[in-house]
Design a protein around this ligand. Structure first.
Ligand code: V1D
Ligand code: CA
Length: 395
């Protein structure tokens, strides 16, 4: 078993409390749910937990343009109407809305990935985990696909200070276009993305023919896939490709983006992977025993995201968690409370006060009726129980 300080885990409770807006599929509360589940399984006892620093604007500008970083810093939901030209220029809008505390959110998730890379560089750990990171679509001068700051690019730039070659692997259902684009012309970073391709699926890039250019030619690998790929096909492809890549490229460190939207039943994804299949990829990468930086990414069915990333935390800690992840009751309670909060937040933005009151009235009536039915049911259980105890005593 590894000693506790070989795995660093980054988490800041504030990251889960931002809200992208009504009907937006990205729910940062999934990060809070993941952390709760990690604590419930007592995995925190087997690793070092850190609160990441909030990345400074100058750190974000190591990849992003200074004007874009400055704009993200300045813009708020109240000043939106003054900046329609800049909003279009930086691609802020439906996919990437401006919400309360947006910049702080970016600073936290980017700070986590930068800190993770620094601890690996200084050999203070073997594996570093930041489930809040993995926002692989963000570009130098613009937001894209729910991603504002590309923490992966910033983390890789940090790793390049100490390592000659970095391998980036991406199992999110979407193409890791932002990371690929940032390192498309260099052989010092090899990017490998597995993703759904075709039928106008976002972001539309990631053809097998995209292989890198100039020095970077052959250092970008794309594995375009169709809907419905299952554990057997995915893990066979993954293992064959990654084994060959590690053997020939011989990286000094690996960055693994574990987007959980490749799981079956995801609200945006279309693959058919189980948590076991997804985690099999993590297990396989860990076996190379190279310094490893693991991040989150997409994932839009919150309970599955939390289960998946908790299970994978277990894999990285060599701790087997129960198959199917029968979560503690309080986890379901947290999920339900979170859904209810989301529901009311969504509703509050869309309906009038009178519609809201009607809805609350209907919900309250349903709740009272459910309690009434439960009491009836419990009453019959209790009387049967008393009868059974009485029968038992008579025997
Ligand atoms: F369904 C929605 C409701 C509200 C707002 C956005 C969406 C939505 C769903 N899918 N947006 C998308 C994708 N955008 C488009 C746009 C149509 N335009 C021309 C583009 O299809 C974006 C999907 C982003 C996926 C992000 C990710 O999972 O890869 C991720 N990885 O790390 C963090 C997020
Ligand atoms: Ca991918």
């Amino acid at each position: 078993m590894r000693s506790k300080d070989r795995i660093s885990y980054f988490y800041d409770g504030d990251v889960g409390s931002v809200y992208f807006g009504p009907n937006h599929p990205m729910k940062p509360h999934r990060l809070c749910m993941t952390h709760h589940l990690v604590l419930s399984y007592e995995l925190h006892k087997k690793m070092e937990i850190y609160r990441p620093h909030k990345a400074y604007p100058v750190e974000l500008a190591q990849f992003h343009s200074a004007d874009y970083v400055e704009f993200l810093h300045r813009i708020t939901p109240d000043t939106l109407h003054l900046f329609s030209h800049e909003l279009a220029r930086y691609n802020l809008g439906e996919d990437c809305p401006v919400f309360e505390n947006l910049f702080e959110f970016c600073q936290i998730y980017a700070g986590g990935t930068i800190d993770a890379a620094r601890r690996l560089n200084n050999q203070l750990c073997d594996i570093a985990i930041n489930w809040a990171g993995g926002l692989h679509h963000a570009k130098k001068c613009e937001a894209s696909g729910f991603c504002y700051i590309n923490d992966l690019v910033l983390g890789i730039l940090e790793l390049l200070k100490y390592h000659a070659r970095v391998l980036y692997i991406d199992i999110d259902v979407h193409h890791g276009d932002g990371v690929e684009e940032a390192f498309y012309f260099t052989d010092r970073v090899m990017t490998v993305s597995f993703h759904k391709y075709g039928d106008k699926f976002f972001p539309g890039t990631g053809d097998v023919k995209e292989i890198g250019e100039r020095e970077g030619k052959f250092y970008a690998i794309n594995v375009p896939l169709k809907d419905g790929i299952d554990d057997t096909s995915f893990t066979r492809l993954f293992k064959t490709i990654i084994a060959k890549v590690v053997e020939t490229y011989s990286p000094g460190v690996i960055v693994l983006q574990c987007g959980a939207d490749s799981l079956a039943g995801d609200r945006l994804g279309c693959f058919n992977l189980s948590i076991d299949g997804h985690a099999e990829c993590v297990k396989f990468v860990k076996k190379f025993n190279l310094p490893l930086l693991v991040t989150g990414g997409g994932g839009y069915t919150k309970e599955n995201v939390a289960r998946c990333w908790t299970f994978e935390t277990g894999v990285l800690l060599d701790t087997e968690l129960p198959n199917g992840m029968a979560a503690p009751f309080c986890f379901y309670l947290v999920c339900k409370i979170s859904d209810t909060v989301d529901f009311f937040l969504d509703l509050a933005k869309k309906v009038s006060r009178s519609q809201m009151l009607t809805t609350i009235y209907i919900l309250a009536s349903v709740a009272i009726y459910v309690v009434y039915l439960c009491e009836l049911h419990l009453g019959s259980i209790n009387s049967n129980f008393d009868k059974w105890r009485g029968d038992d005593r008579n025997n």
